[in-house]
Design a protein around this ligand. Structure first.
Ligand code: ARG
Length: 398
């Protein structure tokens, strides 16, 4: 009598494939269920995982969560101008949602445990575990628990008739969803190494980007993008279209050193043409609409939101409270931003909104609605205490 059923988060790669026989032979489970999530990675990857899961596991699920990923995670991130250490987050947004789907399947299937292929050095272990712990599930993580080597995994896979496609020439670890693509590992680990052009799939090199710019407008309603050039589109379609158009202009590439939650510094490469375009436009529109106080405070909120989202802390009450604040501010973020896409740049041309706080009548040099003489009185009180301090200092010296 074995230990019952375990549900494995399955990508179809070497690590998670090896986990299937391992969970039976070494961990003693009777039944392994694989779950693959479609978050908008390459279609071939989704199909490959499904075929492998069906062949190797007792039961396989493919869950298509693209819609939910956009409406729940990506849109929240746009509203929060979600950047971590300067780049648009992606992997961190998808992991908790995937983990929740797996936890739900584990409950439905009466599983006693869940498993994932995360290492003990990255952020993803935290983003999965936090959800699994909340659902009261026992967690198995063979990679992290057994310090497995690549060579051992390949041999074990061959013994168990697991098809492997380890590309020796391109040993990168890639994580993709419809919002961002990340490439790490192999030679890229060395911060000094110059990444070869072949690692990029979503963005053109600036040297190949067209000499003619593309003009574009994006319309937002309550902080989320709803139309390109006036044409309404649903979230996933709009993002796909922008990835194509902005990617061709080489927009949205990062080659950076990142601080992981555990404190480890790593070299990361990212591609995110739609994310860069949308966050640039959204942040611009907010400047037209939010009050000075709202805008200043939201910068602090956005930074904290990104920190919590990066760590997968979606059950933190503060995260919920920040979302409530952000959603409140976004009620007025309606309008259109016009821009040019050119050689890696999103060049904002103009913006307009029914909720604009700009008043030509007040700001213009040519208007007399506000009597400028009131400025004299205002100025008398402005910085009063600091001014007195300076006066005392000047007094002493003289
Ligand atoms: N460093 C990023 C994060 O923690 C991306 C990690 C993506 N993983 C990968 N195998 N490329 O969110």
């Amino acid at each position: 009598m074995g230990k019952g059923t375990v549900v494995l988060s399955f990508s179809g790669g070497l690590d998670t494939s090896v986990c299937i026989p391992l969970l039976k032979e070494e961990y003693g489970y009777d039944r392994v269920i694989t779950v693959s999530a479609n978050v908008g990675q390459r279609e071939e990857e989704v199909i490959m995982a499904e075929e492998k899961g069906k062949k190797l596991a007792d039961t396989h699920y493919t869950v298509d969560i693209r819609e939910e990923f956009v409406s729940k995670c990506v849109f929240a991130s746009i509203k929060a101008n979600g950047l971590y250490e300067g780049y648009p987050m992606g992997t961190s947004l998808s992991r908790p949602l995937i983990a929740e789907k797996i936890a739900e399947i584990a409950k439905k299937e009466g599983a006693v445990a869940v498993a994932h292929g995360c290492t003990g050095k990255g952020n993803d272990q935290l983003r999965f575990d936090i959800v699994f712990h909340a659902y009261g599930l026992h967690i198995i993580s063979p990679m992290r628990e057994r310090n497995m080597t690549r060579e051992w995994e390949i041999e074990y896979a061959q013994q168990h008739n697991i098809p492997i496609s380890v590309d020796k020439k391109h040993p990168w670890s890639i994580d993709e969803n419809l919002w961002t693509r990340s490439i790490e590992g192999g030679l890229l680990e060395n911060p000094a190494y110059h990444p070869p052009e072949e690692i990029y799939a979503w963005t053109a090199s600036l040297f190949d980007a067209p000499d003619t710019p593309t003009d574009l407008s994006i319309t937002f309603e309550e902080g989320v993008p709803v139309a390109i050039n006036g044409k309404r589109m649903d979230g996933p379609a709009l993002i796909a279209e922008l990835n194509r158009v902005a990617g061709a202009h080489g927009i949205g590439r990062n080659n950076m050193i990142e601080n992981r939650v555990l404190g480890i510094k790593v070299r990361e490469i990212y591609e995110h043409p739609a994310a860069t375009t949308l966050i640039t436009a959204h942040a611009d529109l907010e400047r037209l609409i939010l009050t000075r106080e709202e805008y200043a405070f939201k910068q602090i909120v956005d930074a904290k939101w990104a920190e919590l989202a990066y760590g997968g802390l979606i059950y933190e009450p503060l995260y919920e409270a920040l979302n409530v604040f952000i959603n409140e501010t976004q009620k007025r973020v309606m309008g259109t931003v016009e821009m040019k896409l050119y050689k890696g740049n999103v060049i904002i041309l103009g913006r307009y909104s029914e909720n604009s706080f700009y008043s030509e009548d007040i700001a213009s040099f040519d208007s007399c609605t506000i009597d400028q003489r009131h400025g004299i009185g205002f100025s008398h009180f402005y910085g009063l205490q600091a001014r007195l301090m300076k006066q005392r200092e000047l007094h002493k010296v003289n």
